[in-house]
Design a protein around this ligand. Structure first.
Ligand code: GRF
Length: 199
């Protein structure tokens, strides 16, 4: 499988995926291109350092659909068949979602459908949850909404704060994303309604 990674920032999830590939834990996968909507994203520099194809495609006041068209064209030009959003802080246009049906994954730092949107770990902590976690899901046209591939839980500890919780959630994200990619790439699943069913 040829993966296309989209990011906007730090890129720790991207690096976890790259490490899984380097360690032969994601057999048959390669990262064909890393795209950032921010030219100064640390994740983009990290991709370059690893010798990966790294491209900045900034929105620069363009309409979402127009910006996304360039991204889709770049993904296609690199033969991408699975798009992985890894801290990509923009909504995708319907055209983008439809260009890769059930072939776009996202990771979100909460147990969806709880706490979609920004600062999910802080939202969860402030709500007083006792179990938090992360979710890898297919991307559809609604924010943090598509079919769930995999979730991992993180227990709140005594004396926790949102920062400490975020760090433990992030550790689980790094494990979860590669596991989810392996599942999707294996093709050993069906989707019935909202349910992801392993075969
Ligand atoms: C992660 O918490 C991810 O769940 C969320 O954005 C953050 C990105 O972190 N979507 P990184 O850039 O992968 O380090």
């Amino acid at each position: 499988s040829k993966l296309g990674i989209l990011l906007s920032g730090r890129g720790s999830n991207f690096l976890a995926i790259a490490d899984s590939i380097a360690n032969d834990q994601l057999k048959g996968c390669e990262i064909a291109v890393v795209i950032s909507n921010k030219a100064d994203a640390p994740g983009l520099a990290a991709a370059q350092e690893r010798g990966l194809k790294a491209v900045a495609i900034e929105a620069r006041g363009r309409k979402r659909a127009e910006h996304d068209e360039e991204i889709v064209a770049t993904l296609r030009a690199h033969g991408v068949d699975l798009v992985c959003l890894a801290g990509y802080m923009r909504l995708l246009s319907p055209e983008f979602v439809q260009a890769f049906p059930q072939r776009i994954l996202n990771i979100h730092p909460s147990l969806l459908p709880a706490f979609p949107g920004l600062d999910a770990q802080q939202q969860a902590f402030d709500y007083g949850v006792q179990v938090a976690g992360c979710t890898v899901h297919f991307v559809d046209e609604q924010l943090d909404h598509g079919v769930i591939v995999l979730q991992k839980t993180v227990t709140i500890l005594e004396g926790d704060d949102a920062h400490a919780l975020s760090e433990r959630v992030l550790e689980q994200e790094h494990i979860a994303y590669s596991e989810a990619i392996a599942r999707v790439v294996s093709g050993q699943y069906t989707i019935e309604g909202r349910r992801y069913i392993k075969r």
